[in-house]
Design a protein around this ligand. Structure first.
Ligand code: FRU
Length: 483
């Protein structure tokens, strides 16, 4: 059922009320996907952090649950991860039931004021009732601060070859890896990144997991960074390489970007999903997250995305595509095999409503420019396009409605096209206040939020040079938020 609040996402998770940032503790257990998130239940701006909680059967329809973790005498509950401790290495399990264990950062505001530089440390909590109630471990913190100001966002996973847990931790301008037999005692293994990647801001919210590619295991190290993203502010970079339980050796020190848009931050993957790696991010940016004009909540998450690897010439890249579970929410739309576009073609009648999912292909052999325009009765426009001369995709939100809450918001964002083929295929997901562009089967991805004066109910495709679109498909997406 449609949710009428202005800007309320219809099929992306957003909390009923108040402030949300990073997704935390995403884990699959007993047929349920858990999403915890940085949450401040008392206001619409960032404050003392809790872990909010939501559950889903398909990673698309989310139900908000009671708050999972509250701040305590050790500090606020900052970002982290959760694991299913199948072998009960922690000893928290009971009567054969494997515990869910959350590993998070305690951020101590009192120590922070005292400028000790040691106000962040890692702690754990466990649940024996599928995430409903949590007990914090009496021996917290399990990883004290060694003297690193930014020491946070533990992502933990099981490293089967050596039967141990690996913690990937953001430590200011690098990643530090720790290991543990039982989630309670941690040993430093190695570090990565002081001399690699982007350093325009602090490193936060990392992730580490392997993906098979052409019969070979490739390890993916995700490192979120704020500021210093490709289109300003917060963004996610990644490195590909080898990991042996101790060291991560990158194939290249150069940054690759997970998403070139302005609004996919703190993105990490679900745990306990086998060979599947599904990414979810916070659909905002620290540049303006506290100012966006929504009420009574602030922030939503991206659509969940399946990750894979793809070679382009000799380079390997991560690709991301919307999870197939989203298809179950499609409502009838329209499709057309071949459509000539010269100037602007109005698809408003056919699409009924400009939110939903578009897929289309076109050929760029000629000097083709192409854009999809979302618009409304007051003349707001959000333009998503491809510029052949620059070989770039872009999202231009400069005329998209309310942009003046922050001076850099109303800009045009660009992303390189990495694919080499002459045929371009685009998937675009548009919700009330966001678009997610997956170009070339997920090789170039852009996520941007926007705040139009009225809902974007008009839809156009546009090409000045003239192109032919092949296989245009549009379908609506049924509202899936359970409020
Ligand atoms: C990233 C971040 C994390 C931290 C959390 C605090 O957005 O700054 O590094 O744990 O948010 O809310």
């Amino acid at each position: 059922q449609e949710i009428k609040e202005k800007y309320r996402p219809q099929f992306h998770f957003s909390p009923k009320a108040n402030w949300m940032n990073d997704p935390n503790g995403m884990v699959y257990n007993n047929g349920v996907y858990h999403l915890f998130f940085q949450y401040y239940p008392d206001d619409k701006i960032w404050g003392p952090m809790h872990w909010g909680h939501a559950t889903s059967k398909d990673m698309v329809s989310w139900k908000e649950e009671p708050i999972a973790l509250y701040p305590d005498s050790l500090g606020y509950i900052f970002s982290g991860s959760a694991v299913v401790d199948v072998q009960n290495t922690s000893g928290f399990g009971k009567d054969g039931k494997a515990p869910l264990v959350a590993i998070f950062t305690h951020h101590n505001p009192i120590l922070e004021k005292q400028k000790t530089g040691k106000h962040e440390y890692q702690s754990i909590a466990y649940s024996l009732d599928d995430g409903k109630s949590w007990t914090k471990y009496s021996g917290n913190p399990v990883l004290p601060n060694p003297g690193i100001t930014d020491f946070r966002d533990p992502k933990v996973s099981w490293y089967a070859p050596q039967k141990k847990w690996i913690m990937t931790l953001a430590t200011k301008d690098r990643i530090t890896f720790y290991s543990s037999p039982n989630l309670k005692t941690w040993t430093r293994e190695s570090e990565f990144g002081a001399d690699a990647g982007a350093h325009g801001g602090v490193w936060e919210c990392p992730d580490l997991f392997p993906i098979m590619h052409n019969g070979k295991q490739v390890w993916v190290l995700i490192v979120n960074i704020n500021p210093g993203g490709p289109n300003k502010g917060s963004a996610g970079q990644y490195f590909l390489g080898d990991f042996d339980g101790k060291d991560f050796k990158a194939y290249s020190k150069e940054t690759k970007w997970l998403d070139f848009g302005a609004d996919n931050y703190a993105a990490v993957t679900f745990g306990n999903t086998g060979d599947r790696h599904v990414l979810l991010g916070w659909m905002s940016n620290w540049q303006y997250a506290n100012q966006v004009p929504t009420d009574p909540w602030r922030s939503a998450n991206t659509i969940a995305r399946d990750l894979g690897l793809k070679s382009v010439d000799k380079e390997i890249y991560l690709i991301s595509v919307p999870v197939k579970e989203l298809d179950a929410l499609s409502t009838p739309g329209f499709s057309q095999k071949s459509m000539q576009v010269k100037g602007q073609v109005d698809l408003t009648e056919k699409a009924k409503n400009a939110t939903g999912l578009f897929r289309l292909d076109f050929d760029t052999k000629n000097n083709a420019d192409f854009a999809i325009v979302l618009a409304n009765q007051s003349g707001n426009e959000l333009v998503i396009g491809y510029d052949k001369a620059a070989n770039q995709y872009y999202i231009d939100r400069s005329k998209s409605g309310k942009t003046d809450f922050e001076k850099g918001f109303g800009e045009k964002h660009t992303a390189p096209r990495l694919a080499k083929s002459t045929t371009i295929s685009l998937t675009l997901i548009a919700d009330a206040a966001s678009v997610e562009l997956f170009a070339d089967a997920g090789l170039t991805v852009m996520t941007d939020i926007f705040f139009p004066d009225y809902a974007m109910t008009k839809l156009y495709v546009k090409s000045v040079s003239g192109i032919t679109i092949d296989n245009l498909k549009y379908s609506g997406i049924r509202p899936s938020m359970v409020l």
